[in-house]
Design a protein around this ligand. Structure first.
Ligand code: SF4
Length: 709
């Protein structure tokens, strides 16, 4: 509101009493502040010579600080991205950052501030992998194993008190950390801030957080951060005389607040390239000068009067930031001084910030400087220079990589870990099967929630296995229903199933109760479907068998086999998640997306007469089945296969599947690994290997993400 009139594009301002005097000057407009910073860094690099001074003046320093630091480093000291190259940057930036954002201090605060021994998984992993602790510094391989295990189990949080002695034995470095940390977080006493400051130091010492001790080699920045940290601990201790005793969490939060308030400015040598704010630029002179963020809302800046002083008094005394008039005059003077203080000057502004359009400051319009196009300046980033340093070579990926003799022996051994999932991967995309079963690559991306579709599926499988273990047949199911014992039995098996997986729902009793209700409703609905079937007996549940096909000794696990009239068998696979591809037609495709039931049908003796997905879903419980036409199975509404496959009989269909599955197994055995997803949209979306196969880079439409520019 103070500046409303000044910021209007056509508001008449008194002319700026500044002349460029024919000195080289330019005005650039960029899409956003990132492009502006990249261009500025390249402009600086072009002019950086011994004996020359270069200034970058940034009215909005807080927004630009990190961007400029990154871009200047990339252009002026490109080797800084390589590990172990922590040379002092060849520029100074005037505004410091909060001490709390220094990585070393962040690690310390993450250890001290949790409310209790339950730590969110991402934070727990961040701490374990911190280079400032032994788990990330000296035992990274062990920590990465632990990370893989934790992500596979997918808990949202780690309860330090559930980290068992067995875990401590398997992961000794993490065990030492967890034991000491748990003890500390469970402290319930109140102590004075001074005593807490001592305890914090002792804990960090025990956990191997670096201090100024000789065994740690701190670089200059870390050493300065450590010194600043000690001062913050002193500040915390100084509260002892003015506050009562407090709990550990309160005290740690107070320390976090102190470090957040403390500006950390690394002391470096005076450099010829200076990045300063408008105010600090007073009295400085440069050979080359770039003034960034010259948009209307920054130049002049918005007034920001001190709320504790009477505003008229501030205006009268012309206190900085007290009024729009004061800011306007100040900015005018600064621009005038900046123009006079250099031999070459450039101004720039971003056309938009955070999606909001920005206009050039009216102050600069008075300079009568036309907007120029920023010249093409090559990048000096390591990756760009590597690409430019030699002609690009064309490389065609091989589509096969023959397995070694050892691998072939392994494929045929009882230890081979491949199962129906291997053939499914080979069918969906050969590279996916290669990555997961020959490279043993695993997708370690973290789930957003700890109890997702996978965990729900496990519970449904387990509860149904327990249910049919007791009930065994259609006849018993009907009896259970008529005696009104179905609900009680369901509740019982669900509780048993939940109890089998304590790691899934650690310490969440209310959620367990909700999940029990949800499962009871889901399974009751499903059993309604089962009850209207023709009589059957459940012959097998979770049957494990090995079967050799195409030179692969596969490990198979069949959810359920039902016996029906005339000794016919039906193979059943429970499905709980949504899948766009799930339809019986996928069983007849050249590359079947769900080959597990055809595979089991080929593997079993005697051959079953039907295969069926049991879709145990709340909205749409249903059977998806294919059956021998001679088997009356109307309740499953089996799909006919004659039109899709040219097979006239069930026996021919099983042979048809066997041929296709043998071909898939043979492709894997011979090392076929082409990057060839059956349906790129869906298959690649559900696959975690796109950074390994680089399918997006192979595509003509591939564009590097913005951050990579
Ligand atoms: S991301 Fe796509 S192309 Fe790459 S391995 Fe996975 S399925 Fe194949």
């Amino acid at each position: 509101p103070f500046q409303f009139d000044i910021h209007q594009p056509h508001t008449e301002l008194p002319p700026l009493q500044t002349s460029l005097n024919d000195k080289p000057a330019a005005l650039y407009r960029f899409e956003n502040e990132k492009e502006e910073s990249v261009a500025c860094a390249r402009w600086v690099r072009e002019r950086a010579r011994e004996g020359k001074t270069i200034g970058i003046v940034v009215p909005e320093m807080e927004r630009y600080r990190a961007l400029l630091h990154r871009e200047l480093l990339a252009e002026l000291a490109p080797g800084a991205v390589l590990p172990g190259r922590d040379r002092e940057p060849p520029f100074n930036i005037s505004l410091g950052t909060p001490l709390a954002s220094e990585p070393m201090i962040k690690t310390a605060l993450s250890l001290l501030t949790p409310g209790g021994p339950t730590i969110p998984l991402p934070l727990f992993l961040e701490i374990l992998k911190s280079p400032f602790l032994p788990t990330g510094r000296d035992s990274l391989a062990e920590t990465e194993h632990l990370e893989g295990d934790l992500i596979r189990n997918n808990p949202a949080a780690i309860h330090l008190d559930l980290f068992s002695p067995r875990d401590e034995e398997r992961y000794p470095a993490a065990g030492v950390l967890v034991r000491a940390w748990r003890q500390f977080l469970e402290t319930r006493e109140k102590k004075s801030p001074g005593e807490w400051a001592r305890q914090f130091t002792q804990l960090l010492d025990r956990l191997g957080w670096p201090t100024a001790k000789e065994e740690f080699t701190l670089n200059s920045r870390e050493y300065q951060a450590y010194e600043a940290w000690k001062k913050c601990l002193d500040d915390l201790a100084s509260l002892t005389s003015v506050t009562r005793e407090m709990f550990r969490k309160t005290s740690a939060d107070a320390l976090a607040h102190i470090t957040d308030e403390k500006t950390f400015q690394v002391k470096t040598r005076e450099q010829p390239i200076q990045v300063v704010g408008l105010l600090e630029s007073a009295g400085m002179a440069f050979d080359h000068l770039w003034v960034l963020s010259c948009q209307a809302d920054c130049l002049p800046p918005l007034p920001n009067p001190n709320p504790f002083l009477p505003r008229p008094l501030q205006k009268k005394a012309r206190i900085p930031h007290s009024s729009a008039q004061r800011e306007l005059e100040f900015s005018e003077k600064r621009i005038h001084a900046l123009v006079q203080s250099c031999t070459e000057i450039a101004f720039s502004y971003p056309a938009s910030i955070d999606g909001m359009e920005r206009n050039l400051s009216p102050l600069l319009r008075s300079l009568d400087l036309p907007e120029s196009l920023f010249p093409q300046v090559p990048s000096h980033r390591i990756k760009d220079r590597m690409a430019d340093s030699c002609p690009l070579e064309s490389w065609t990926d091989p589509i096969t990589l023959s397995p070694t003799e050892d691998e072939r022996r392994y494929f045929q051994s009882e230890q081979f870990r491949g199962g129906s999932g291997l053939l499914q991967s080979q069918s969906l995309c050969p590279f996916q099967a290669f990555a997961s079963h020959r490279l043993n690559a695993a997708d370690h991306s973290m789930e957003d929630i700890d109890f997702g579709a996978r965990e729900r599926g496990i519970l449904v499988h387990r509860a149904l296995e327990l249910f049919w273990d007791r009930i065994r047949s259609h006849e018993n199911l009907l009896a259970l229903k008529s005696d009104a014992r179905l609900d009680a039995t369901l509740r019982d098996v669900i509780r048993q199933a939940l109890a089998r997986y304590p790691s899934l729902l650690q310490k969440q009793p209310r959620f367990i109760a909700l999940e029990e209700d949800r499962l009871a409703t889901l399974l009751r609905n499903w059993l309604e479907r089962e009850s209207i079937r023709s009589p059957f007996k459940v012959k097998e549940k979770e049957l494990h068998l090995r079967w050799i096909i195409g030179g692969l000794n596969l490990s198979l696990r069949i959810d359920r086999i039902d016996g029906v009239e005339r000794d016919n068998l039906i193979l059943i696979d429970y499905k709980t998640g949504a899948s766009q591809s799930r339809s019986s037609s996928t069983w007849f495709e050249e590359r079947p997306r769900e080959p597990q039931l055809p595979l089991y049908a080929c593997a079993l003796t005697p051959t079953p007469s039907a295969i069926a997905f049991a879709q145990v879903k709340k909205d749409k419980p249903q059977w998806i089945a294919v059956a021998d036409p001679s088997l009356p199975l109307a309740e499953m509404n089996p799909r006919s296969f004659e039109k899709d496959t040219d097979c006239a009989t069930w026996g021919e269909l099983v042979e048809y599947w066997r041929t296709r599955l043998e071909a898939l197994a043979g492709q894997f055995r011979e090392g076929h690994l082409s990057i060839d997803p059956v349906d790129q949209d869906q298959t690649c979306r559900n696959c975690g290997f796109n950074t390994l196969c680089r399918i997006h880079e192979l595509s003509d439409q591939w564009n590097p993400v913005e951050d990579d520019l």
